[in-house]
Design a protein around this ligand. Structure first.
Ligand code: ADP
Ligand code: ZN
Length: 722
C-alpha cells in the first residue's frame, strides 16, 4: 500500500532519517511531528518523506509502527530544506539542526493552561526581609513558583508562604491565548526623502514575494530601523510573517518598546530567558502563523514560521551571530539561505557592514541601499585619538588627562558620559608580587579575572569561580597580591575617585543580565539618573540616549592583539558602533579614543572618517592572502579530557589529510585555547580555494576515520576565532 511507509528524522544526532510504518487510523503528512520508537526508547521526530520508498535493508515486515502524531502544525517544507542545507554546509548532524526547529519538546506538550502567581498588592501580616525582597523584585510580574523564586533570589517556600498569607494569588493562564496583531499604520513616521526612497524599494520587494537579499547601509542614527519598519508594515499588511534577528538578547527590550510605538503592540519575543509557558505559546503562534512579527536572537532563525514574508538581520556585522557551540553556524548567512527557501527578501542592516557582506554586494548578489546621513538635527560625532604615550595617565590610573578634562566639561553641562572598555570585571590578572604566582583557571588556558563586586575570581570561558584570595596560595605571603590591568569595575572605581559626586553605573552582562534589567538601565539613563556609564560591548549598539554626548574608549588597542584575521575590521566596527552612541539628539557628540598606536590604518580611518579606503586596503590584504571572502577556512578541533588521546587523534587526522590541489592543511597544533572546560584541544586549520567543495573533502576524510568516544571532533566551517 503506497503511503504507509515513511522516512522520519528522529532527534538522535547519531542517526539520519529512518523508515517507519504508519499504523491504521493515523494520518501523517510531510513535516508531521511524530513520536517514534527507537530501541526501547520513544523519540520525537519529523516525517521527512512520504513517497513510496524502495524496500531497502529492512524488509517491510520488520518496520516498526509510529507511536503518535503530535498535536502541532507540521514543519513546513522550506524549513526542512533549510535543515538539510545547514547540516550539509556546516557538517552537522541533521537531527542536531532539527532540534533547534523544535526548540524544546515542551513546546508540544499537551496541557492548554498552567497556573501562575502574581502579587495581590496586600501586605502580609508578618513581613520578613525575604518576603519584602521577593515582593520588591517580583513587582507586577507573573510566573510559576520556580520562576518567581529565581527572579526574587529566594527559596520556593518564601513564594508559597506569600501565597498562603494572601500577598500573592494563583491565576490560570491560557497557554494558547492569542498575541495582539500589530497595526501597520499605528505610528507611521514622516520619512525624509532619502529614507522614503529606500523604504519604497523594500516595500515593493516584500510585495513581490521573491527572494532578494539587501544590504541596508547607513551610519548609526540614519534611520535604518525606521526604514526597515516600513518593510515590516508591508509584510503585516500582506498577512505574512516577519522575523527580526538581533545580535543579543539585551537589545530585545528597547526593541520591543520601539516596535510598540510604531505598531501599537509588542512583537513576539524569542530568547533563552523565556518562561516555559511563554516559549510554548510563542512556538505555537509562530507555527500556526498568528505571530506576525517575531524578534529574537539567533535561535529564532530555525523556528517553523508558517508563511515567512521578510527577514531582517539587525547589526548584521555582529560576530555574536556566529554560533561557536553545538552546530557551528553563522546566523547571518543561514538567514539569507532561509530567505531563499522561503522566497522572501532578507535585509541585512548595518552601519559597518562586514567585508564578506560588502563582497556579496560587489559580486552583484546583494543589493545595497544607502541612507545618507543622520536623521534630523543630529550630526555624526567628532572622533579623535588620544596618544597615550604623549598623554600618559597618572600612575595606577587608566583615564588620560585629555579625557579627564572632557569628562569634567561634559558633567558640568549636565550631560552623560560613556566609558567603553570591552573587559568585564575588575582586573584581568591577579599576580603575587612576592613569588610571581598567577591565578589560572584549572579547566582552561586562561587567567582568572577578578570581580570585585562579588569578591571572586572568575574564568570567563568556563564560569569557574573562587573566592578572592587574601594570601598567595603558592608562597603564603600576605598582602602581596596585585591586580594587573583594568576591567570596567576598575574604571568605575577610578571615575568614582575623580568625580565623587557623579552617579556611576556599570553596564555589562554581569549587571544587565536579563531584558528586565536592560529596561531598568534604559529608564535610569533616560531619567538622567546616571552621569557616567562604564560598559562593555553590550552598550555599544541599539541604545538611543539624547543626553549622552561624550564617549571615551579606554583601550582601543585591546582588540588588535592576537593577530586575528578580522582584528582590524572588528576594532573599526566596534569603535564606530560605540561612537554612534554619542550625540544622537540635538547636542553634538565627541568621541575620544585612547591608543598607544595612533598611526595604524584603523585609527587613521576612525579619526578621518575615511572608511572606504580602510575597507579597500583590508579587502586587498584578504585577496592577497586568499583569505575570506576569497579563499576559505575550516577548523577541525579535536578535544578530550586526556591530552594524549586528543593529540593522537589530531595527528591521525593530520596524517590522513588528502593531498589535493587547492587545499592546504596546517597543524595539528594546540588550539589557541589549549584547554577549555577541562578538555585538551588540538586544532587543524584547512585553507581552501573557492573552487573546492571543502565540505565534501572533509566529510570523506573524517568519515573514513574512527576514534574513541572519549574524543570529540568538531568542524567549524568559516571559523571566526582562529
Ligand atoms: P539607525 O537604526 O540607523 O541607528 P534609527 O532608526 O534608530 O537609526 O534612527 C535614529 C533616531 O532617529 C531614532 O530616534 C529614530 O526614531 C529617529 N528617526 C529616524 N528617522 C526618523 C523619521 N523619519 N521620523 C522621526 N524620527 C526618525
Ligand atoms: Zn575556565
Amino acid at each position: 500500500m503506497p503511503g504507509n511507509r515513511v522516512r522520519v528524522l528522529v532527534l538522535n544526532a547519531a542517526l539520519g532519517p529512518l523508515d517507519y510504518r504508519v499504523p491504521h487510523g493515523m494520518a501523517v503528512e510531510p513535516g508531521s511531528i511524530v513520536v517514534a520508537p527507537l530501541g526501547p526508547r520513544q523519540l520525537l521526530g519529523v516525517v521527512w518523506e512520504t513517497e513510496r520508498l524502495p524496500a531497502e535493508e529492512v524488509g517491510d515486515n520488520r518496520l516498526r509502527n509510529l507511536i503518535a502524531v503530535a498535536d502541532a502544525p507540521p514543519i513546513p517544507a522550506p524549513l526542512r530544506r533549510l535543515v538539510e542545507w545547514t547540516s550539509d554546509y556546516y557538517l552537522a548532524a541533521p537531527a542536531s539542526v532539527l532540534r533547534m526547529a523544535l526548540a524544546s519538546t515542551a513546546a508540544l506538550e499537551g496541557a492548554r493552561t498552567t497556573i501562575e502567581y502574581r502579587a495581590t498588592g496586600e501586605v502580609p501580616a508578618r513581613m520578613t526581609p525575604q518576603r519584602e525582597q521577593a515582593l520588591d523584585r517580583i513587582g507586577d510580574r507573573q510566573g510559576v513558583v520556580r520562576e518567581l523564586a529565581g527572579l526574587a533570589g529566594v527559596s520556593d517556600g518564601v513564594i508559597r508562604g506569600l501565597v498562603k498569607a494572601g500577598a500573592m494569588e494563583a491565576v490560570e493562564v491560557d497557554i494558547d491565548r492569542p498575541f495582539p496583531p500589530p497595526d501597520p499604520d499605528f505610528g507611521a513616521p514622516d520619512l525624509s526623502p532619502g529614507q522614503a526612497r529606500v523604504a519604497s524599494i523594500l516595500r515593493r520587494a516584500v510585495e513581490a514575494k521573491a527572494f532578494q537579499p539587501f544590504l541596508l547601509d547607513g551610519v548609526t542614527g540614519s534611520g535604518k530601523t525606521e526604514v526597515y519598519f516600513e518593510a515590516v508594515a508591508a509584510a503585516i499588511a500582506a498577512g505574512r510573517q516577519t522575523l527580526v534577528l538581533l545580535p543579543e538578547i539585551a537589545l530585545t527590550e528597547p526593541f520591543l518598546t520601539r516596535f510598540a510605538a510604531r505598531f501599537g503592540c509588542e512583537p513576539v519575543a524569542w530568547h533563552s530567558d523565556l518562561r516555559q509557558s511563554e516559549r510554548r505559546r510563542a512556538w505555537r503562534a509562530i507555527a500556526g502563523g498568528e505571530a506576525l512579527v517575531t524578534v529574537g536572537a539567533r535561535s529564532a532563525l530555525f523556528l517553523p514560521y508558517r508563511d515567512l514574508g521578510l527577514i531582517v538581520v539587525d547589526e548584521a556585522h555582529e560576530t555574536s551571530f556566529k554560533q561557536e557551540e553545538g552546530v557551528h553556524y553563522h546566523a547571518r548567512d543561514v538567514a539569507v539561505m532561509r530567505g531563499m527557501f522561503e522566497k522572501c527578501p532578507v535585509v541585512l542592516a548595518s552601519a559597518t557592514p562586514a567585508i564578506e557582506t560588502r563582497h556579496q554586494v560587489a559580486l552583484g548578489r546583494y543589493e545595497e541601499l544607502k541612507l545618507p546621513g543622520r536623521y534630523g538635527a543630529a550630526e555624526l560625532p567628532q572622533l579623535s585619538a588620544i596618544d597615550m604615550i604623549r598623554h600618559p595617565p597618572e600612575r595606577g590610573r587608566w583615564i588620560a588627562p585629555p579625557l579627564v578634562t572632557a569628562i569634567d566639561e561634559t558633567l558640568e553641562r549636565g550631560e552623560q558620559v560613556l566609558l567603553f572598555l570591552n573587559r568585564r570585571g575588575y582586573a584581568p590578572l591577579t599576580l603575587c608580587r612576592h613569588c610571581g604566582h598567577r591565578f589560572q583557571c584549572p579547566n582552561c588556558t586562561a587567567w582568572m579575572v577578578e570581580h570585585r563586586l562579588i569578591r571572586r575570581l572568575a574564568c570567563h570561558h568556563c564560569g569557574h569561580t573562587i573566592p578572592a584570595p587574601e594570601i598567595c596560595p603558592e608562597c603564603e605571603e600576605p598582602d602581596m597580591l596585585v591586580a594587573c590591568g583594568p576591567g570596567v569595575e576598575r574604571i568605575a572605581d577610578e571615575a568614582a575617585a575623580l568625580w565623587p559626586d557623579a552617579r556611576i553605573a556599570i553596564a555589562t552582562s554581569d549587571t544587565i543580565s536579563s531584558p528586565a534589567r536592560a529596561a531598568e538601565f534604559v529608564r535610569r539613563m533616560e531619567a538622567g539618573a546616571i552621569d557616567i556609564v562604564v560598559g562593555t560591548q553590550l552598550v555599544t549598539k541599539g541604545y538611543h540616549f539624547p543626553e549622552l554626548t561624550l564617549v571615551g574608549v579606554i583601550d582601543a588597542d585591546l582588540g588588535l592583539e592576537g593577530g586575528d584575521l578580522r582584528a582590524a575590521e572588528r576594532t573599526f566596527q566596534q569603535i564606530m558602533q560605540v561612537a554612534g552612541r554619542a550625540g544622537r539628539g540635538e547636542k553634538p557628540g565627541t568621541v575620544l579614543i585612547q591608543t598607544h598606536a595612533p598611526d595604524t590604518a584603523v585609527m587613521r580611518a576612525l579619526v578621518t572618517g575615511d572608511a572606504e579606503s580602510f575597507y579597500a586596503a583590508e579587502t586587498a590584504m584578504r585577496r592577497d592572502a586568499d583569505a575570506p571572502p576569497f579563499g576559505r577556512y575550516a577548523a577541525i578541533v579535536v578535544s578530550a579530557e586526556e591530552q594524549e588521546l586528543a593529540e593522537q587523534v589530531a595527528q591521525q587526522i593530520g596524517r590522513t589529510a588528502p593531498g589535493i590541489e587547492n587545499m592546504m592543511v596546517f597543524g595539528p597544533a594546540p588550539a589557541p585555547l589549549a584547554m577549555l572546560r577541562g578538555r585538551h584541544r588540538y586544532r587543524l586549520l584547512v585553507h581552501a580555494r573557492r573552487a573546492l567543495d571543502v565540505q565534501d573533502v572533509i566529510r570523506d576524510w573524517l568519515g573514513a576515520l574512527e576514534w574513541s568516544p572519549k574524543v570529540r571532533v568538531a568542524v567549524d566551517i568559516d571559523p571566526y576565532s582562529f
